[in-house]
Design a binder for this molecule. Structure first.
Ligand code: PMV
Length: 332
């Protein structure tokens, strides 16, 4: 059977950084994010006797990869293998992943890719699993943040103590709060250090324990901010959280710098905008690109403000959106 699924990227307000179990992708802390309606991966997968080996094809932001590196292929086929084993199927698959935004630059491409891959594969293999199980199966694929792309809207991924307790739950549907993420792409080049590497190194930072100690309080405040639709409360926490993640990365051994000088330029501009009365708050994932969280009515002003800056490559604007779902459109 051939199935296509679409899954959103998500932006974390409280970020997942570091794991207590690498093999099972169990995170050192719970995390909270918003799914992005406009940024997605569509994945089509077909299991058939006609394929002698797995075929993996990938297109990022309009560009088909001429060669899919072994590293990328292995990550995809390992997840397919896991699901094939569960379904007791041995047929090989052809899989195509198409992203409508740049990948590997801190915009959540592995989240949308692994969520779409897992949902499409489960359906094609006739595995009947509920959302909780889907989120666990997605997590096992190695991109932990993908587990949050399964559900709609505002989502929390609980750390859990065992694999069966570490899954995503919805905090509020997408319609709950009309906030936007204005994504400023200052570099669409693939980052030099992957988030996989960053998670592994987090423990080497002398400040990592301090980050983990401040997170329970932050999680409470962010849940409250979402419930009360308070952008100012959310904004303060999401900025602190992003800076804390990058500080851990920079003080890991060896250090990782995801930020570029243009990232810092943008942060300073955001402070200026705030002084002018526009409520805008920044966050960055493991990459140099900046996500500006604002109320929906301000996103066009913010986009226009940054569109004229020489260091901006592209700008995306997205509200909150639904989680992963099966779609009709097949890619091959
Ligand atoms: O899911 P991964 O392994 O790609 O790691 C994602 C880590 C961050 O994007 C930096 C934070 C997060 O919670 O999304």
């Amino acid at each position: 059977m051939k199935v296509s699924a679409q899954a959103p990227a998500n932006i974390a307000f409280v970020k997942y950084w570091g794991k207590y179990n690498d093999a099972l992708t169990l995170p050192s802390n719970s995390s909270i994010s918003m799914n992005l309606a406009e940024l997605h991966t569509i994945t089509t997968i077909e299991f058939s006797e006609k394929y002698r080996d797995d075929i993996v094809e990938i297109e990022f932001f309009g560009q088909r990869l001429k060669v899919v590196t072994d590293q990328k292929k292995v990550r995809v086929t390992q997840q397919i293998d896991r699901l094939r084993k569960k379904a007791k199927v041995t047929k090989r698959a052809r899989v195509m992943l198409i992203n409508n935004f740049p990948a590997e630059s801190g915009i959540g491409s592995s989240a949308s890719a692994f969520a779409a891959l897992t949902v499409a594969s489960c359906a094609a293999l006739d595995l009947h699993v509920d959302r909780k199980e889907l989120s666990i199966l997605t997590r096992l694929g190695g991109s932990g943040s993908a587990t949050r792309s399964i559900l709609d809207g505002f989502v929390e991924w609980k750390k859990g103590t065992l694999s069966k307790d570490s899954y995503a739950t919805q905090l509020a549907p997408a319609s709950h709060w009309d906030i936007h993420d204005v994504i400023l792409v200052v570099s669409s080049k693939s980052k030099k250090s992957s988030s996989l590497e960053g998670h592994k190194l987090a423990k080497t930072s002398p400040y990592y324990k301090a980050r983990l100690a401040e997170l329970p309080r932050r999680l409470v405040l962010v849940r409250q901010a979402i419930r009360d639709k308070s952008l100012s409360k959310l904004g303060i926490e999401l900025e602190k959280d992003a800076l804390s993640l990058h500080f851990i990365a920079m003080t890991s051994t060896p250090p990782i710098w995801y930020l570029e000088s243009s990232t810092i330029e943008v942060i300073k501009e955001i402070y200026t905008l705030r002084n002018q009365g526009i409520e805008a708050y920044f966050t960055m994932d493991a990459g140099p690109n900046i996500h500006i969280i604002c109320v929906a009515k301000d996103s066009s002003t913010i986009k226009a403000y940054f569109a004229r800056k020489p260091y901006i490559e592209t700008i995306f604007v997205s509200g909150s959106g639904k989680g992963a779902s099966i779609i009709e459109k097949h890619l091959f």
